[in-house]
Design a protein around this ligand. Sequence first.
Ligand SMILES: Cc1ncc(COP(=O)(O)O)c(C=O)c1O
Length: 377
Amino acid sequence: MTLPYNFSPGPAMLPPEVIAQIRADLPEWHWHGVGQGASIMEVSHRSKAFEALIAEAEAGLRELLVIPANYKVIFMQGGAWGQFAAVPMNLLRADETAHYLVSGGWSKSASIEAAKFGRVEVVASSEASGYTRAPAKNEWISTYGTNTHLSPDSMGVSASSYTYICSNETVYGNEIHTLPTGLASPLVVDASSHFLSRPMDVSACGLIYAGAQKNIGPAGVTIVIVRDDLLDRAPKNIPSVFHYKHMAANGSLFNTPPVFSIYATALTLKWIKAQGGLAEMERRAIARSSQLYDAIDSSKLFKAPVAIEDRSRMNIVFDTGNPDTDAAFVKFCDVRGLMSLKGHRVRGGMRASIYNAMPQAGVEALVAAMREFEASR
Ligand SMILES: Cc1ncc(COP(=O)(O)O)c(C=O)c1O
């Protein structure tokens, strides 16, 4: 059976090798060759095998991302939206401000959610551009006092709890390729839609989180990587399942975790390592995205609106400028086995999500369809 190429933004395509392993394990899960008497969906999260699996998943992630020893890895539930709330619940103190960089709908939503818990300031936003770029560092203006960058000596009336960015805005297709440094407060990064598509300097961040359902596994688990010294900021009265220190102290097994999602994520981590790790994921991401952007830029029909330096390698947003032509192209692709290319409902147009599991051949097929469609008009 030949499946279509799946350009879905998430839940998204998983490597065929991972799907094959899941299929093999479905009747009975084998942990390092030892049958567990039940499928992975039926084993206890307190079983020795699952405890070993979650430990192995954490070790695999630590190795891939070179996570320093003073960071905890937590497997949580509630998705990235859960983290929109968990971050301020844990880190935002009553007498402080959380600073948000808004480069798309997800960071905007995160800032609005955080404002339910405390004082929030948007340091810069590229909304006026239609999020066709991420705000440049020199636009990060504090509304307090002098117009200076958000650096330690330029802070306003209240101290900063953290500075928040979304490093890849899935809907609008912009990516922050270089993490900001020299900030007044720990950097918090929503890396959901490009997590493990490139090496990342964990030590430059206070906290990184990512929902699994794009690059690393099925929906259900959210990975949080948090620096030790931030764990003590949380007040006592926040829900246990969102309390980083509590969850970390319990090895992510305080309550029933999303067993299947963690299992599948563990398989994907092994797959990434076997493929050559994050350097290889990055090489492939550059190859895929360059081919697609080159095809768009050399076309007379299709346009990519995002500024070249901020273009996402994962979510390639493009359109023709005419909603009817966009719809016709999406349909044209659909019948050719190129699925889920419709842009997000708030933006329209097209979006090709080309995460780690997308082979170059998928992009080649899409480029061929673009040329054929354009020639037919
Ligand atoms: C960058 C980013 N952040 C947050 C979210 C929200 O994720 P969830 O639906 O898992 O809460 C998404 C969803 O696509 C996303 O792409």
